[in-house]
Design a protein around this ligand. Structure first.
Ligand SMILES: [Zn+2]
Length: 293
């Protein structure tokens, strides 16, 4: 499992990962913009490199803040890992400051614990600014480099605005949309440290489980059966002790209730709903639309 965040400062990636990776050829330090010098950063990239075929990630989930992904799609992440897929999580910001967290390192430790519960192969913090996250060229490129390096076939990110919650979420959606596009662009390698283009075949949107309304405005929805991963999802959220102290225990009831409601609509015990950015075509209609009785 590879983590890249504040507590990994200065460590070469080979020291972070307990497993051999394709990254040994290029553990170069990435230059850090002056206004972010206080944010330690370790790069996974060497010039002109990308991960080897056996180390590529099948799917990358992108959140604005550590805990977004656990709340929105922790069950799906856990279920995919159990099915043998290599899953990555990218947090655009460190989510700090927040009222209840004493330090970014504490929040990152919680994020790493949550990633361990879900079993993902990789979690990366990109250090874009929390609370003032804005869609811009540098932000798009930073995320597109993740896609180019890890070469996933699928990317899952925020879908639409989250009124009454952080505006970072909508910015994250726009950044993710653009990064999926930037990932495949040729004749532009100079913007991506020489990391070659990569085409992502599928993009999905998620919503935070706290939002009562379904993903509005999207015609094509798919429900993932997370019946065997609901407890792991809740356990991953519980890793964020600073964000969900005992006074916020009701959050877990809400997440469970919404997962059960989403599953019930699809006739499974628990589910998470995603919007597909294009209609999904299937060849085996019977297999893909089978309902339990
Ligand atoms: Zn968030």
């Amino acid at each position: 499992m590879i983590f890249i965040g504040p507590t990994e400062k200065g460590l070469p990636l080979a020291a972070i990962s307990p497993q051999p990776t394709a990254l040994a050829a290029g553990d170069a330090q990435k230059s850090i913009p002056a206004d972010r010098e206080s944010k330690p950063e370790t790069s996974a990239y060497g010039s002109g490199t990308h991960c080897s075929p056996e180390n590529r990630l099948d799917i990358i989930f992108v959140g604005a803040h550590p805990d977004d992904l656990e709340i929105a799609c922790g069950g799906t992440i856990h279920s995919l890992v159990k099915q043998g897929y290599r899953v990555g999580m990218v947090d655009l910001t460190d989510g700090e400051p927040t009222p209840a967290s004493p330090a970014p390192e504490v929040r990152w430790a919680e994020a790493k614990a949550a990633a361990a519960v879900l079993g993902v192969a990789y979690r990366r913090l990109l250090y874009l600014p929390n609370r003032r996250l804005m869609d811009g060229f540098d932000e798009r490129v930073a995320l597109a480099k993740e896609f180019r390096f890890w070469r996933p076939s699928m990317v899952v990110g925020f879908g639409n605005k989250t009124p009454m919650a952080s505006p970072d979420h909508y910015q994250a959606m726009q950044i993710t949309d653009a990064a999926v596009f930037y990932s495949r662009l040729t004749k532009w390698d100079e913007h991506f440290d020489g990391i070659p283009p990569h085409s992502i075949s599928t993009q999905l949107y998620f919503k935070l489980a706290f939002e009562p309304a379904p993903l509005a405005g999207f015609d094509s929805l798919v429900t993932v059966d997370i019946s065997d991963s609901l407890e792991a999802k809740l356990a991953s959220i519980a890793c964020y002790k600073t964000q969900f102290p005992p006074a916020k225990a009701h959050v877990f009831d809400r997440v469970r209730g919404l997962a059960i409601a989403a599953g019930t609509a699809a006739n499974v015990p628990a589910g998470e709903v995603f919007a597909t950015t294009r209609p999904v075509a299937v060849k085996d209609l019977v297999k893909h639309c089978r309902q339990s009785s």
